[in-house]
Design a protein around this ligand. Sequence first.
Ligand code: BG6
Length: 497
Amino acid sequence: MDFKQTPANIVIFGGFGDLSWRKLIPAFYNLYIGGYMPDEFVIFAMDYKGLSDEAYDKHMLEGINSFSRNGKAKDADWNKFKDKLDYFQGDFSVPDTFPRLKAALEKNDKNWGVRGTRLFYYAVSPSFIQTITEGLAKYKMAGMVKKDRIVVEKPFGTDLTSAQALNRLLTKNFKEEQIYRIDHYLGKEVVQNILAFRFANNIFEPLWCNKYIDHVQITVAEEVSVGTRGKYYDNSGALRDMIQNHLLQILSVIAMERPCDYAAECIRDEKAKVLKSVSKISAPEVVRAQYTEGSVAGAPQIGYTDEANVAKNSKTETFAAMKLFIDNKRWKGVPFLLRTGKCMSQNSSLIMIQFKMTPHKIFKDDEVPNRLFISIQPNQTINLIVDGKIPGIHMRLKPVNMDFTYTDAFCEPSPEAYETLLLDVLEGDATLFIRSDQVEAAWKIVMPILDYWKTTSKGLKKYAAGTDGPKEADKLAKSNGVQWALTSPNEEALKCD
Ligand code: BG6
């Protein structure tokens, strides 16, 4: 039976939380109206409050209307979808919660006449993971390895030790193949396209190595502040919140070897090898900084330590920049520069690969290095900068832009990352999810930095909200003879004079 015909019980622990409101329910809704959901399914949104169904539905409709890429829900679609949404009052610490849930799942199975797929989504604070896992295990709700899937949101631990403990807990109660550790960056269209770009086009592969690549930059700059997330963020910081997961996952897709097949384990093996090959980072050289008062996109912005639920003397970084090396044959000696920050001048998730200059210069004009820009957001583009001859009698050079823009090249809209990933879970495809060894390898990379930062807050710098981080980050780039790129090439700059 294919997955469309297999009914599904979907349980969201934290069904009323922010993630459910902004991302999960809008994603399920879009999958539903796009015709991707199984023919029969129920979403149990578990929450402790005891809301009425009407109040729950109203809030979720607001979420869809505000955050769905398809805009406001059509009445007819919403009315059908809301029948699939089942608000389930349940407190994890109350003993009857899990037997009640089990009975509800079994009732659906009975009505369907078949044991359905089960998807358990942990959209909860990490402190609940143990209780939920033990509840599911005790009542044998996720015992069918091929049908039952556990989705775990980040943060996956707060350091290596806690991540290892979490892996032990999960793998003691479920099989690794049932566990889907989610990193929504891997569901983003352009990140997935890196695999196609690298492994379906033969022309880049020979150049993708230390002989031709000068350095690689990965930037995830955000305009948003920590806003209402102060409590979580102040215990986390940019290194844990963004670099340990999203940036290192992008790095592993950029740097991985060709997988044996387009298959989950082949891809995950190669990505894990990259993370395991990262050399120890020199912690004192890592730049960390906090935003101070300023203005972002024309609006005034308070400083980090004035945000709600942030300690006044907080030393948590909202910006981090670092250099690392991958110690293998392909990448030996190529610096990878990573940076991320909140309250920066603009939203931009960008990979920039700069190639080495031609070894033998024959033109009088300056040549620019070839640069490949892969923009994940806000634009979905790939640009290759090459030198070209300016039309005319004399030989003069100018950089030109070879441009691939998603919206020009494809008529199909890009799904939201969560749509792609949720559908993958329903289909049982773990390719875009993180395996236990990957998550631990990523923690091993950042641990020396976290350990060093615990010993001193001396290096913490400041940057005004709305700027691009502290000058120390520019110095880090400069000391490697490079400049940070924040956006894809500016068309204006490349136009004729
Ligand atoms: C989350 C982080 O994982 O990713 C947030 O916790 C961050 O702090 C967000 O803002 C960025 O995701 P996106 O998809 O908006 O780039």
